[in-house]
Design a protein around this ligand. Structure first.
Ligand SMILES: O=C(O)CCC(=O)C(=O)O
Ligand SMILES: [Fe+2]
Length: 269
């Protein structure tokens, strides 16, 4: 697989053997043109409504998970990181219920489920590079590290990303190190300094996606989001993540405490 050139697929009712083998080997898989532009527009519009509601009600946390706020290029307050999004947005909830997503469970052990009200639920990230932005990049990490923070065994998990904007190197973009989902626990913990390290890695690969594409990654894979070389609108990057998990059902409620993991996430800027 040459650098930044990888095979892209189309998601049908069932994963093909080739798709399963690609995911198993690389720890990620990219499906083009999954959502229509109308669906993408509806989701964006709906998260803007949620954003306005959270801002006017001064909502700080959902189920113990902090909402990350910031400012856009016009100085308006925005939500950079939404959590449990599908509980507030009908359009997102509908998308998450799309039966076609069920096919992805072939990448997981039996009994896997979409976690709408566990962990951080459906996360929606909105990056924009402005001066003093605190959400224009994200340092190296694995998502499975959260399990370690929760004091749990690392169980298989998928993060299913839906792109709402085109995202290539001009947006900074998602960089992943293919194959690192097969590393041992020591590498998962210590290969890189969690969130503090934003350095390019010689094995990293850019996920070059268009709005509507679906990119699935294994929770154990190392990844980061690079900073856009542009400011303002040209740097805008919105992507939504749907977690697919296994293990004991552990729904969050208003009374849930803030996971230790989120104190770590403050390092993201
Ligand atoms: O924005 C992205 O594409 C990745 C975000 C991410 O890695 C995360 O929220 O854990
Ligand atoms: Fe991540």
């Amino acid at each position: 697989m040459s650098k930044n050139q990888y095979q892209k697929f189309t998601l049908g009712d069932k994963l093909t053997e080739e798709q399963i083998a690609f995911f198993d080997r690389n720890g990620f898989i990219h499906f083009e043109k999954f959502a229509s532009s109308e669906e993408v527009k509806q989701i964006i519009r709906s998260t803007e409504d949620v954003q306005n509601m959270w801002i006017s009600n001064d909502v700080k946390k959902i189920n113990g998970v902090p909402i990350k706020y910031g400012h856009d290029e016009n100085g308006n307050k925005i939500v950079h990181r939404f959590c449990f999004t599908s509980q507030y947005s009908e359009a997102v909830h509908r998308f998450v219920g799309n039966p076609q997503l069920e096919a992805l469970k072939a990448l997981m052990p039996d009994g896997a489920r979409i976690a709408e009200n566990e962990k951080d639920g459906v996360v929606f990230n909105h990056y924009v590079n402005v001066e003093n932005s605190n959400f224009r990049q994200m340092g190296w990490h694995t998502d499975s590290m959260r399990d370690v923070f929760y004091g749990k065994k690392v169980l298989p998990m998928l993060n299913v990303g839906l792109y709402l904007d085109d995202s290539s190197a001009d947006k900074g973009g998602l960089r992943i190190i293919p194959g690192t989902h097969k590393q041992n626990i020591f590498s998962m913990l210590f290969k890189k300094a969690y969130f503090l390290n934003n350095e390019k890695d010689k094995h990293e690969m850019l996920v070059d996606a268009k709005a509507g594409d679906l990119v699935v990654h294994d929770g154990r894979i190392w990844h980061r989001v690079a900073m856009s070389p542009h400011l303002g609108e040209k740097s805008r990057r919105r992507v939504m993540y749907i977690p697919v998990i296994v293990g004991k059902y552990q729904p969050k409620t208003d009374d849930s405490s803030t996971p230790l993991y989120h104190h770590f996430q403050k390092l993201v800027r």
